[in-house]
Design a protein around this ligand. Structure first.
Ligand SMILES: Cc1ncc(COP(=O)(O)O)c(C=O)c1O
Length: 396
């Protein structure tokens, strides 16, 4: 069977780097569960992380059960019953819009955990400053629903708000964060400097564990913010914890020629198991398990050697790798190999932990819609109602 195989050693390598940045900068390093909610991974990260950032109630419960520590929650919109439960155990709840803040403000402010300071409330800000190149991943695109731009704060009662949250980056370096913070500072310095503001959450998108990431520049910025504005600083990377820690091992089910292409059908689907391959779209690195090696995937097994697949035509045999599904476009990509593929050959798709396993299970922990039948007599009969246990059990 196809398997997502994740390396504990690789998780620990990333985690140590992130913990070092936290120690040197005095910032708190959270794990963004939206990137990977697999509980086996959380066990490996627990000694290194300050806690988690959750996208809603399901991820928050997961963080509480499997990680502990600090719990920061941000969602574009909270359901009433969701917020009610979060009030009992989250440490930060960040609101995405002024209407959400106004709707829940009174309820939050009367809660004993808010009154005692154990739970702090914040607003997600949109500094309207883009550094990314892919609109799908850019919260600052025109018309974005994510975060509050400066002009919307005018005249709003912010008493009870003690934190600000910005998340604008995706797979970016320290310089992009510095530039973003300067743009944010230009607009929000007065608010950030106000004694009511106790924390600044700089979101995710920091590729801190990439070899050429300028960690010294990041540490300098984080220290500057802490000292100048007297706030606790939080970072909530996802990808940086999980990058290069896992692979998806798959088998060839069939090989044939049709309409001028050599096709290989695998036992995995882009649409069902790696939707980012189609959504983004992107081309994962791929390795064949061969006697003669050239390259190593994120997770290798003892006794195996690997040969990196090439672009079409680069190596002797080119195949279109497709899924065993009915979707015509469910194609992982065209790859070339040193020798012909055979039924039963195993292939290794690289870097498949972050944002892949969650997308094949429950992205952001958004509750799965129930399934019901509208019967002839007008009754609605639920044949399946999904809950938190379904979310937790699917993650591994
Ligand atoms: C609010 C928020 N925080 C953190 C993250 C984690 O980002 P990354 O995995 O790119 O580090 C995301 C990703 O979309 C996010 O939306």
């Amino acid at each position: 069977m196809a398997t997502f195989l994740i390396s504990e050693t690789a998780l620990e390598r990333n985690a140590r780097l992130l913990a070092e940045v936290a120690a040197a900068s005095g910032a708190h390093m959270l794990v963004a569960l939206k990137a990977c909610s697999t509980t086996a991974c959380l066990n490996a990260l627990r000694p290194f992380a300050a806690g988690c950032c959750a996208s809603g109630l399901y991820e928050a419960r997961l963080a509480q059960h499997h990680m502990g520590g600090h719990l920061a929650v941000y969602s574009p919109a909270y359901r009433e019953e969701e917020l009610e439960e979060l009030l009992n155990f989250a440490h930060h709840i960040d609101f995405n819009s002024i209407p959400q803040w106004q709707r829940y403000r009174a309820r939050c402010l009367e809660h004993p955990r808010v009154r005692s300071g154990e739970l702090q409330l914040g607003l997600r800000i949109n500094p309207c400053y883009s550094t990314g190149h892919t609109a799908l991943y850019d919260p600052c695109v025109p018309g974005s629903r994510l975060g509050i731009p400066l002009e919307q704060l005018e005249g709003v009662d912010l008493s009870g708000i003690s934190g600000l949250h910005i998340h604008t980056l995706c797979e970016q370096g320290a310089q992009e964060l510095v530039d973003t913070f300067r743009a944010f500072e230009k607009q929000f310095a007065a608010l950030l400097a106000s004694p009511k503001i106790r924390y600044l959450n700089l979101g995710g998108g920091h590729w801190i564990t990439k070899p050429d990431y300028d960690r010294a520049a990041l540490i300098a910025l984080l220290r500057e913010i802490r000292e100048l504005y007297r706030v606790e600083v939080y970072l909530e990377p996802g990808e940086a914890w999980f990058i290069h820690t896992g692979v998806l091992r798959t088998r060839v089910l069939d090989v044939f020629e049709s309409l001028g292409f050599q096709h290989a059908i695998l036992d995995v689907s882009a649409s069902a198991h790696m939707p980012d391959v189609l959504e983004m779209p992107y081309r994962p690195e791929l390795f064949a398990i061969k006697a003669q090696g050239s390259g190593v995937p994120a997770v290798s097994l003892p006794g195996e050697t690997y040969s990196a697949a090439g672009i079409p035509g680069e190596k002797a045999c080119t195949y279109r790798l497709g899924a065993p599904t009915c979707l015509a476009g469910d194609v992982i990509g065209d790859y070339s190999f040193d020798s012909p593929l055979k039924v039963g050959d195993e292939l290794v798709l690289d870097d498949m932990t972050h944002y892949t396993i969650v997308k094949t299970t429950h992205f952001n922990g958004v509750p799965h819609p129930d399934i019901a039948l509208l019967c002839r007599d007008g009754q609605i009969k639920y044949s399946r109602r999904f809950n938190y246990a379904d979310f937790e059990h699917r993650l591994g």
